[in-house]
Design a protein around this ligand. Structure first.
Ligand SMILES: [Zn+2]
Length: 223
């Protein structure tokens, strides 16, 4: 089971390494008086700084998507929910709601971690950056399934695509060269530029796919 979920950072994975470095540099720069309360707050959630970066980058990607597509009709609550679920999730919440690892706490973690990182919750940390969850597969499949009748589900899935796109690209930019994309745990894994390339290409293709679909839907509505 993931050590991150038990309340300490897993040392070998890019996510927490980035977050750890950032949080210590942030702590160094604040006045002495604020250090203790800030440390307490950050300890509430090991995922806080990673999640915060994912949320900010997700906002930037959503802004770009907004500029390049006619998305006024999808800019609704469902779109935002999808965006949050797959980019950063509710990273600002505490890591756990109960002290013991109960089933309620396990379900709660799905709110705390974004869709791509559900691989940790479902299969354990050894499978982290599983190729299915860290790719365009899930959002594309869901968007295709709801395409026949654009509405709330459609807007949610477009948000899911944009959030996941931002998550993958940010992972690619910040992950260490040792962080793998796992196809089969300890058997088939790719690392380094190959893994970064996987994340980057999937993220960018996903953005293009969402753009293409929204353009098509927009045009068909006008006709
Ligand atoms: Zn990730």
């Amino acid at each position: 089971m993931d050590s991150r979920l038990r309340g300490s950072d897993p040392p070998a994975h890019g996510h927490s390494r980035v977050g750890g470095n950032l949080s210590s540099s942030v702590l160094e720069s604040v006045p002495k008086l604020l250090k203790q309360p800030l440390r307490l707050f950050m300890d509430m959630s090991n995922y806080f700084w990673d999640g915060f970066q994912h949320a900010v980058f997700g906002g930037c990607v959503a802004f770009i998507f907004n500029l390049v597509s006619h998305t006024s009709e999808i800019r609704k609550r469902e779109y935002l929910v999808g965006l949050v679920v797959s980019s950063s999730a509710l990273f600002f919440l505490p890591s756990h709601i109960t002290s013991t690892r109960s089933i309620i706490d396990w379900f709660y973690q799905f709110l705390h971690y974004p869709l791509a990182d559900w691989d940790i919750l479902l299969f354990g940390i050894d499978w982290h950056r599983f190729f299915v969850t860290h790719s365009l597969m899930i959002p594309v499949l869901l968007l295709v399934l709801v395409l026949h009748k654009p509405g709330g589900y459609y807007r949610f899935c477009v948000g899911l695509c944009i959030g996941m796109s931002s998550h993958l690209v940010w992972d690619a930019l910040t992950c260490s060269m040792f962080t793998p994309i796992v196809f089969l745990n300890n058997v088939i894994e790719i690392r380094g530029y190959l893994a970064k390339g996987w994340l980057l290409v999937n993220g960018m293709l996903l953005f293009l796919f969402a753009w293409f679909v929204t353009q098509k839907v927009h045009r068909s509505r006008k006709e």
